[in-house]
Design a protein around this ligand. Structure first.
Ligand code: B1M
Length: 240
């Protein structure tokens, strides 16, 4: 049974009227709410900020991504554990669902197609989902293979969808080498030149991208959208 202090603190949380907070306090409260895995509050805060004229990018970065950065630090330091981080991730996804139509909004003709997935052994998908949204916003058709994607699934999707680009995401130092397995298989099967390959994820860097034989490493979702567009334009210009 909850003790009096717990009940008081829960009541205090329930009493917070998010709409009465100014922007700075609302952002601080959303960091707390995401940390605590409170999806409905994150949705409400996200909608409030959008209603106050904030751009979707700004809400994403200042409210959601920043809150998840704090979660990451406490996860690393053993203050938070997997169940709590999962709740935080679900709250983040609830906020992202509100932002998705805004980030993915585009009036343009499709610029190209990308098949994207998180590599085998890895179930982190928030960053990959964001990359997919930003690419949609840049005018890409996105085929998302989800998490824990092995080389056969990647190859099958390439054969089925014939995209311009293959995108791979990894968040673990133990799973990022799998990107090389996929690229090497493309080479072995004589398919490497048929696709542009972009890679990303928190533990990667430029050097790693080059080492696995990708065409580009992308630091974040905005860079991924920009890079994918530039790579396609360059390839089409070279072919013309
Ligand atoms: Co995980 N986890 N986790 N986790 N988790 C990390 C990655 C970790 C750094 C935490 C830590 O210790 N500080 C650590 C990895 C350490 C390492 O490898 N060196 C870690 C660990 C250890 C683990 C487990 C092993 C824990 C355990 O079980 N003991 C386990 C592994 C499970 C598995 O995958 N097999 C695990 C599990 C989980 C949860 C399930 C609880 C949850 C994932 C929920 C989900 O994704 N649906 C989770 C979370 C949420 C995290 C942290 C806290 C946050 C990740 C995130 O969503 N960030 C993370 C700590 C951290 O990264 N600071 C951590 C927000 C997101 C917007 O950023 O994903 O980096 P990010 O994506 C960015 C860029 O990287 C880039 O653009 C994105 C947007 O700008 N990007 C790309 C990403 N993919 C790209 C692809 C591109 C281009 C750019 O082109 C294709």
């Amino acid at each position: 049974m909850a003790d009096a202090a717990t009940v008081d603190s829960a009541d205090a949380d329930e009493d917070i009227d998010l709409s009465a907070l100014d922007d700075d306090d609302l952002i601080a409260q959303m960091h707390d709410d995401l940390y605590d895995g409170l999806g409905p509050e994150i949705v409400e805060g996200t909608e409030l900020l959008l209603g106050r004229g904030w751009g979707a990018d700004k809400v994403l970065n200042e409210a959601l991504v920043e809150a998840m950065r704090i979660v990451g630090i406490d996860f690393r330091d053993g203050i938070l554990f997997v169940p709590e981080v999962l709740l935080a991730a679900n709250a983040m996804k609830a906020g992202m669902a509100v932002l998705r139509p805004l980030l993915a909004e585009t009036g343009a003709e499709p610029i190209g197609k990308i098949v994207i997935g998180t590599v085998k052994g890895d179930i982190h998908d928030i960053g990959k989902n964001l990359v997919g949204m930003m690419l949609e916003g840049a005018g890409f058709e996105v085929v998302d293979l989800g998490i824990n994607t092995d080389v056969d699934e990647f190859l099958g999707a390439l054969a089925e969808h014939r995209p311009d680009i293959l995108g791979m995401s990894a968040l673990l130092t133990t799973t990022m080498p799998y990107m090389k397995v996929v690229v090497d298989t493309l080479i072995e099967q004589g398919l490497r030149d048929d696709y542009l390959v972009i890679v990303g994820g928190a533990p990667l860097n430029q050097e790693f991208g080059e080492a696995v034989g990708a065409d580009a490493y992308c630091r974040d979702a905005a860079v991924a959208a920009e890079t994918a567009t530039d790579l396609i334009k360059a390839r089409r210009a070279a072919a013309a």
